[in-house]
Design a protein around this ligand. Sequence first.
Ligand code: HEC
Length: 213
Amino acid sequence: MSKNPENISAWTRFIKSMTKVHDIATEEDIMTDHDYDGIKELDNVLPPWWLYGFYITIVISMGYYFFALRGDYNQYDELRADVAQAKVELDAYKVANPDLFSVTNLEVYTDAENLAKGKELFAAKTCTACHLVDLGGGIGPNLTDNKWILGGGMDDIFNTISKGGRPGKGMIAWESSLSKQERQQLSSYIISMIGTSPAVPKAPQGDITWDGK
Ligand code: HEC
């Protein structure tokens, strides 16, 4: 490789101009009179590479201030626009997937096959974790008695499973993860279990009385 003294000196010059390192031979010129037990302090200038970075951040901050904070843009509007857009998309999704969201013409199944599917879903979808395998109740209420917090009957039970319980109670909405048919199977299974005798029945909760008929 042939050395090019021009290039090297240009590079060295550049580095020197970016650091403004003071020549050690003339150090005395910038020596301050601070002396701490023999440790002395040089009055070096700020290195230009650092200073330029600082200037750049100032320029960027002014740009940010005028374009981001003073302009039309603000985060609240962006959030509102996004939420509005999401609502439009959700509504379109609901229209396109009536099986997931429709709550009309609910069917109460009484045949063995659908009830077996309901029972299977009740375990598979972790309903058993809160309502127990025999529906006697635990974290969630007993589903075999005739007292209901959110309402008995196909419409109300289906609605609870679809939309969830009261906020913070732990009963989530299942309408986006279970089809209408699956929710009907679950509701029908629950209805078919009313009046059975769980091993450790939780005390009745709720003011609404419905005994499954
Ligand atoms: C994390 C615990 C939990 C899970 C899992 C859970 N539930 Fe619940 N469930 C509750 C609680 C708590 C309530 C009471 C809600 C309230 O008080 O608003 C409830 C209420 C209900 C009710 C209404 C009872 C009433 O008295 O009105 C039904 C029906 C129901 N759940 C069915 C289900 C089904 C079906 C599943 C599974 C797909 C399920 N739950 C999963 C905790 C749970």
